[in-house]
Design a protein around this ligand. Structure first.
Ligand code: ATP
Ligand code: FE2
Length: 325
């Protein structure tokens, strides 16, 4: 029985997994009416939410604290104050319960949960707030085939939404706006396998200043930015000869991005996989699930005593030794 704690940015989440089965997945997200995330405020939110999210997860799974055998903690990458809030909470619980901890990289958890749907050796399009990468497993690591050269795609959407006076998170709000929008041409900036989004953000802001409607701007940003990601993903499939695409990360909730990926996969006879929303956005279940996958593959030597854990706010996906695979 493994319990996972997510706390790397805006969400405090606790999930419980047993033999690959998700028994609980409870989340409490720091949101704003206007403006973005202030790391210290998000960390305060996590400290306040932690105990009740933990208890609700136990209740949902129908287990007692003493049934827990391991704790999985997302210790990287993310906002340092948020990571520390999670670390302190995990440490306190581990000491109380007398259990050890397995550390999980948040980005890798988005990837592993995507592969829980049955993909064997996929290309992964990881599209979230701070991160945007096209990855595939090769010789012991998740290698980066392409990535954003500046901001993550979710940050692009959040930035434009914030400029338009909408709060955080902005992606879902722009998606609703985009439904009735019409296309305005925007800078399409892809260099090799890498994409850049900040020019798009600036142009979108200029269009709003010039009186273009939010629905047209939202539609056009989605069409342009998603096309860039789908183009690079298709090229990664072609280069690697792989036949599966897994979509993950919070922006993967977007129905239009899913649709574009599906069309591309159908055209080149690749299989497409995308988890359900509660597993796409930041959540504790993906951390617990990945913790269990790591333990199963790498063995118990990977476990740490609570006093020996630390945070790694800047750890990159391709720095992690995927020793469990
Ligand atoms: P990272 O994994 O890079 O650390 P993150 O932790 O910020 O990212 P996720 O929950 O994985 O968070 O993704 C959050 C992002 O997903 C936000 O930028 C949010 O606007 C975006 N998002 C959520 N739902 C949608 C949607 N329906 N359409 C577009 N974007 C969305
Ligand atoms: Fe995330």
């Amino acid at each position: 029985m493994i319990i996972g704690i997510e706390c790397t940015a805006h969400t405090f989440g606790v999930g419980i997994v047993h033999k690959g089965k998700i028994l609980a997945n409870i989340r409490d997200m720091f949101m704003t009416e206007s403006g973005g995330i202030v790391p210290i405020k998000a960390a305060e939110h996590h400290k306040l939410a932690a105990e009740s999210v933990w208890n609700k997860a136990l209740e949902q799974a129908g287990i007692e604290e003493r049934d827990i055998e391991y704790i999985a903690l997302a210790n990287a990458p993310g906002l340092a104050p948020c990571l520390l809030a999670g670390l302190h909470f995990a440490r306190e619980k581990a000491v109380k319960l007398g259990v050890k901890i397995v550390l999980v990289n948040h980005c890798i958890a988005h990837l592993e949960i995507g592969q829980s749907l049955g993909a064997k050796d996929p290309v992964l399009l990881y599209a979230s707030g701070a991160n945007t990468q096209i990855l595939a497993y090769e010789s012991g690591k998740y290698r980066v085939f392409g990535e954003t050269l500046d901001i993550g795609i979710g940050n692009l959407l959040d930035k434009v939404a914030r400029y338009a006076g909408l709060g955080f998170p902005g992606g879902p709000k722009l998606e609703k706006e985009a439904v009735r929008g019409r296309y305005i041409e925007l800078p399409y900036s892809i260099k090799g396998m890498d994409a850049a989004f900040s020019g798009l953000a600036t142009k979108a802001q200029q269009l709003l200043d010039a009186g273009k409607t939010l629905k047209d701007v939202a539609f056009s940003i989605q069409e342009t930015a998603f096309a860039m990601l789908v183009e690079a993903s298709e090229r990664a499939l072609a280069h690697t000869g792989k036949k599966e695409l897994v979509l993950g990360g919070g922006v993967a909730c977007n129905a239009r991005l899913q649709e574009m990926c599906k069309i591309m996969c159908k055209e080149r006879k690749a299989r497409f996989y995308c988890p359900e929303k509660p597993l796409l956005v930041d959540n504790g279940a993906m951390i617990a699930y990945t913790g269990e996958v790591i333990l199963r593959g790498a063995g118990k030597e990977i476990l740490l005593n609570p006093e020996n854990i630390d945070i790694k706010p800047r750890e990159r996906t391709d720095e992690v030794d995927v020793s469990w695979r």
